[in-house]
Design a protein around this ligand. Structure first.
Ligand code: SF4
Length: 275
């Protein structure tokens, strides 16, 4: 485990010239609209560094929430997000810089490499980010290191989803949620991500899913629990189909009263946000 995280830390530092601009007030670390997906491996890394149980980090720093599938807003993926403002933020600086979640490491350089910045700044949330205003020089070696980290984080996302939800990715048909939110407050426009996150947590409580997730996460409070999850990450026979499911999910969940209905729907890769 330690050597895996050391390898990640080496990749994160590789030819890194990235420094948050002085005029940045860390909006990405503060705004709920900027989703920082956090994997169980991010939590384990932080747990080892901070000497704090994984379950306690999950409870105090994270919550479950939804992220829209970009080209089909009817579908939303359930994931672990950092709470905002992030509780690791200290006076506009990250208190866990050397061990922060991989998605924090990747932003914004990976988005520059992948040519995603122009699309991001067209939206209202990212348009004022100082780190997205100018071109950024990223060396070939740095670019390779970040791509490797992204592949690792993709694998971690798939296994985290499998571990806590029994399936990656866990996608909801959000139509009933939207209907509920509109009925709840007909004058509220637009419906925000916070509204969806609050409602999905309320709705999932009676299904027993939240209790089962908390139980599973508390298994990672022991060294044996962590190591057992790491063994799975190395198992290509397990990981290959999980990664394929992440790319082309076939199951979507729909809330019906206090239960979850499983529906067969084949979504295309292009419908997902981080490609
Ligand atoms: S972990 Fe650090 S970089 Fe990531 S959102 Fe929190 S304060 Fe910001």
């Amino acid at each position: 485990m330690e050597s895996y995280f050391q390898h990640q830390a080496d990749l994160a530092k590789k030819e890194c010239k990235m420094q948050c601009p002085d005029d940045c007030r860390a909006p990405g670390c503060r705004l709920a609209e900027v989703i920082v997906e956090t994997t169980l491996f991010d939590l384990i890394r932080l747990s080892l560094v901070l000497n704090t149980p994984v379950s306690s980090l999950f409870l105090h720093h994270c919550h479950l929430g939804l992220q829209s599938c970009e080209q089909n807003l009817r579908y939303q993926r359930l994931l672990i997000k950092l709470k905002k403002p992030c509780r690791f933020l200290e006076k506009s600086r990250c208190a866990v810089h050397g061990s922060k979640p991989l998605n924090c490491v990747l932003f914004p350089e990976y988005h520059h490499i992948k040519g995603l910045v122009s699309a991001l700044v067209r939206g209202p949330v990212f348009s004022k980010f100082p780190c997205l205003k100018n071109e950024m020089f990223i060396s070939d070696q740095r670019s390779t290191a970040l791509k490797k980290l992204r592949l690792m984080s993709r694998r971690e996302e798939a296994l985290s989803g499998f571990f806590i939800f029994n399936t990656p990715p866990y996608i909801f048909d959000s139509k009933p949620l939207t209907k509920h939110l509109k009925k709840e407050n007909p004058n509220k426009k637009p419906i925000t991500l916070k509204d969806y996150d609050r409602l999905i947590n309320e709705k999932l409580k009676p299904t027993g899913l939240l209790d089962s997730i908390n139980d599973k996460i508390s298994r990672l409070d022991t060294r044996a629990g962590m190591e057992s999850l790491f063994e799975k990450l190395k198992d290509d026979a397990l990981m290959k189909p999980l990664l394929a499911k992440m790319d082309t999910p076939e199951i979507v969940y729909k809330l019906k009263g206090n239960s979850l209905k499983r529906l067969k729907r084949r979504l295309q890769p292009s419908e997902f946000y981080f490609r």
